[in-house]
Design a protein around this ligand. Structure first.
Ligand code: CA
Ligand code: CA
Ligand code: CA
Ligand code: CA
Length: 259
């Protein structure tokens, strides 16, 4: 019986960062957008180190063995998956009680949430507000659409839409902002729990880019700044000019605000 020699690794095409050992054999490379593979001759270990935030299936790598008689085995495949759920959040301020660019009591914020799965399908999807600073009732994200094959699981390639609404309160206006973050969670069909903090799609939040899933800059809070409504200073109109020699005492400035 012949023992296998070292494997012939069928490295994926188009990789960069190729590294070779002293024999000139390729022992490592980088697949852009995924991570770095390396092979250790001594241990025979093939190692994948993902890029930050990588999710889903990495490009598979096949390998074969050739025995002492020069017979090549059939190919085995190395599969690496980082299953994940990802959520993006956006908001729209509804400036409708008084369309003046400022927040008034009773005006609302509409939130929408897009949720996707990476790698494996996710069941038992939930979307909740887990970092809401408003003083009123915390919004409850409600599923709207996206389960295109109606199998009640979030499949890779689907985008599930949730929405919620929040009504501004006096305390929110006094605080000057409302910020919030949602968490999407579920369990893959292979029983791996997955969750993700929402990232904001707004240019003014975090790094200004919304990206699904975990990772640096991918969990940015959504924030709405409520600009202070200007206070109008109105001079009282006096019937007669102020006369320093009279006893007139009704000189006053009246501050008024429609807030
Ligand atoms: Ca307004
Ligand atoms: Ca589905
Ligand atoms: Ca971000
Ligand atoms: Ca995230």
């Amino acid at each position: 019986m012949s023992l296998p020699s070292k494997p012939l690794i069928l490295w994926p095409p188009g990789a960069t960062g190729l590294t070779y050992d002293s024999d000139g054999d390729l022992i490592g490379l980088t697949v852009s957008g995924e991570g770095t593979w390396s092979y250790a001759d001594g241990s025979g270990l093939l190692t994948f180190t993902p890029e930050t935030g990588f999710k889903g299936y990495a490009t598979t790598i096949d390998y074969t063995f050739e025995n002492a008689l020069g017979v090549t085995s059939n190919a085995a495949t190395v599969t690496v998956v980082y299953p994940a759920i990802g959520i993006l959040k956006t908001q729209t301020f509804n400036d409708d009680v008084s369309a003046d660019g400022y927040g008034q009591i009773g005006e609302t914020i509409s939130y929408s949430y897009n949720v996707r799965a990476y790698g494996d399908a996710v069941t038992g999807v939930s979307v909740t507000e887990t970092g809401f600073t408003g003083s009123g009732t915390t919004p409850t994200p409600t599923y709207q659409s996206g389960d295109t094959n109606t199998n009640n699981q979030l499949d890779p390639g689907e985008t599930w839409l949730y929405s919620a609404s929040y009504t501004l309160t006096t305390a929110d206006l006094a605080a000057g902002s409302v910020s919030n973050q949602a968490t999407a969670s579920g369990t893959t069909i292979f029983a791996t729990p997955v969750s993700d903090l929402s990232d904001s799609t707004h240019a003014t939040d975090g790094n200004g880019t919304g990206t699904y899933g975990p990772g640096t800059n991918n969990d940015d809070v959504t924030a709405l700044t409520l600009a202070d409504q200007p206070i109008d200073a109105v001079d009282s109109v006096l019937a007669t000019p102020i006369d320093a020699f009279t006893t007139q005492t009704n000189v006053a400035n009246v501050l008024s605000s429609s807030r």
